[in-house]
Design a protein around this ligand. Structure first.
Ligand code: HEC
Ligand code: HEC
Length: 233
């Protein structure tokens, strides 16, 4: 408000003081109109994000907590830029178009109609970003020491010490993703179902990294570690 008054110049120097100046009828109506417009705009934006998300909820869950039974990952707590990029990738077939990628194909089919353009993508991502973060409890047996060593040595530099992701490196949060989804993505990167297309520069980086784990057993330990350190408290 002070800035608005400052910009107006005269308002700031008025001997009556800032509060009184702002309460003048002419200013009040302008301020009131702006406030109303802002609230209405923000409301419309949120509503359309929410409406779009209703079509996603069938697979990703009402709170974007994911549904491992359907192969749909959690989206809550994920980085905005990453979600946006993935949705663009699905739309432009950089992701989910390999003939062996049946889960990617389901996602493309399930989201295509609801996300016709960048505006729709921005709206739904804004809605998802406001949902509370979810975590996954470590399940099954894993070697915690081995998982810690492998994760810190091969993944943590990009994905963060607590698997929280690193936006500056475009590396997503892993802590909220269920084990089966992480395994499938790891396999997709290794086998060229994801990250193999030349335009996919971030996926390419990850595809190189996927080769650094020697066995399924190592991956299980790493996943156990991710869930142990990434728990939402
Ligand atoms: C028919 C079920 C289905 C519907 C509907 C659906 N999705 Fe998905 N979604 C999936 C599956 C399955 C995957 C995992 C694909 C894979 O394994 O690569 C996925 C993956 C994603 C990813 C990538 C997540 C990551 O961590 O990389 C995003 C983002 C996403 N969905 C957002 C949406 C949004 C937004 C909508 C609604 C407009 C939506 N989805 C609708 C099933 C669905
Ligand atoms: C050089 C940095 C780097 C390293 C090291 C790295 N990653 Fe990644 N990872 C990325 C980037 C960047 C992406 C996002 C790719 C994209 O945008 O499609 C990614 C994506 C992923 C995904 C997909 C997440 C999702 O939501 O779909 C998984 C799973 C993953 N990494 C696991 C690992 C594991 C496990 C390790 C250690 C063995 C590892 N990463 C090491 C950079 C890295």
């Amino acid at each position: 408000m002070r800035t608005a008054a400052n910009k107006e110049g005269a308002g700031f120097h008025a001997p009556t003081g800032e509060i009184e100046v702002l309460m003048r009828p002419r200013r009040m109506s302008r301020f009131g109109a702006c406030l109303l417009a802002c609230v209405v705009n923000a409301g419309a934006f949120a509503a359309s994000g929410q409406q779009i998300y209703a079509t996603c909820a069938a697979c990703h869950g009402a709170r974007a907590e994911g549904d491992p039974g359907l192969g749909a990952p959690a989206l809550a707590g994920q980085q905005v830029a990453y979600l946006q990029r993935q949705l663009l990738y699905f739309r432009t077939r950089l992701r989910g178009s390999h003939q062996d990628d049946s889960y990617g194909a389901q996602m493309r089919a399930g989201s295509q109609a609801a996300l016709p353009d960048d505006k729709a993508i921005a709206a739904v991502v804004t809605y998802i970003a406001a949902l509370p973060k979810t975590g996954v409890k470590p399940g099954g047996k894993f070697d915690a020491r081995n998982g810690n060593n492998l994760y810190q040595g091969k993944c943590g530099a990009c994905h963060g010490g607590r698997a929280e992701g690193n936006e500056a490196l475009s590396a997503p949060r892993l802590a909220g993703l269920d084990a089966a989804y992480i395994k499938r993505q790891h396999r997709n990167f290794s086998k060229g179902l994801r990250g193999a297309q030349p335009q996919d520069r971030y996926g390419k980086q990850m595809a190189l990294m996927a080769a650094t784990l020697a066995s399924e057993r190592e991956l299980d330990d790493v996943i156990g570690h991710i869930h142990a350190v990434g728990t939402v408290r």
